[in-house]
Design a protein around this ligand. Structure first.
Ligand SMILES: C[S@@+](CC[C@H](N)C(=O)[O-])C[C@H]1O[C@@H](n2cnc3c(N)ncnc32)[C@H](O)[C@@H]1O
Length: 247
């Protein structure tokens, strides 16, 4: 199973979800969030997250928030409402159909989400300037990446010194067999590509992050999967004087 096989399987699944009302991954976050603000129904109807990164941080007016794998845009619209017109809420997604859908939603709301922006791109190669973001958030996406070290290094690069990485993701309490890793359906459903908790900590720390915290939010199952896994909230911090890393 090559990196290309993974990217093709993931893109195929999310292009299908973007063009229908079907949501197969990763359940939804309705039981977890109560962020107290309204988001476009067009975005919540394609919500495929597994937690609520914006429960971990509180972006303020004027801040810059980058959402990795923004899908239909639910967390970008939430962030946009918080950072206001002076800030920026930028979603990155590798599936053109998701980007088109999110942009279409934005256009329906006139200037309400003026700071929301959607960029086509891979989170391993972010179309974002170095040292420009106050927050990097993400909701159930990093498990899908075939090169997670690159994602963490890119997140570190785009954050300002003192910036925060705050994501919801699936994590595993222990390694799953290699054969399970090769199941493309389970990978694109957000499970088979998940890191163990210790792997997450190790890769974030290698990328330069400090104060890595992982909280298990639930152990709810997505269908019948034979190995245990968690919906987790992960938070880490880029030191103020940290060197800018690049690949
Ligand atoms: C499970 S959905 C989550 C979408 C959104 N964060 C939400 O909470 O509804 C995963 C999204 O990540 C995108 N994605 C997967 N791998 C990616 C990658 N390597 N680079 C950029 N986007 C990716 C998919 O296209 C899809 O829109």
């Amino acid at each position: 199973m090559s990196e290309l096989d993974i990217r093709k399987a993931v893109k195929e699944r999310y292009a299908k979800i973007a063009t229908s009302s079907e949501v197969e991954c990763c359940g939804n976050d309705s039981g977890l969030i109560s962020l107290g603000e309204s988001v476009p129904t067009e975005a919540s109807s394609v919500n495929a997250g597994c937690g609520s990164p914006l429960l971990l941080v509180s972006p303020r007016e004027g801040d810059v928030v980058i959402d990795l794998g923004s899908g239909g845009g639910i967390d970008v619209f939430r962030a946009s409402a918080k950072v206001g017109k002076k800030g920026r809420a930028i979603g990155i997604d590798a599936t053109p159909e998701m980007i088109w859908r999110a942009r279409e939603t934005k256009s329906k709301y006139g200037s309400k989400y003026a700071s929301a922006e959607f960029r086509l791109g891979e989170i391993e190669h972010m179309p974002i300037e170095s040292g420009s973001a106050d927050y990097v958030i993400s909701n159930c996406v990093i498990n899908l990446s075939p090169d997670k070290a690159a994602v963490f290094e890119e997140a570190f690069r785009v954050l300002k010194g003192g910036g925060t990485f705050a994501v919801a993701d699936v994590t595993l309490p222990k390694e799953i067999p290699e054969s399970a890793r090769k199941d493309m359906d389970s990978w694109s459903a957000c499970i088979a590509g998940a890191l163990t908790d210790s792997g997450y900590k190790r890769l974030l720390t290698s990328a330069g992050f400090r104060n890595v915290e992982i909280e298990h939010v639930s152990d709810s199952n997505i269908g019948e999967y034979p190995f245990p896994y968690h919906s987790s909230h992960i938070k880490a911090w880029k030191p103020k004087a940290g060197p800018l890393k690049s690949r």
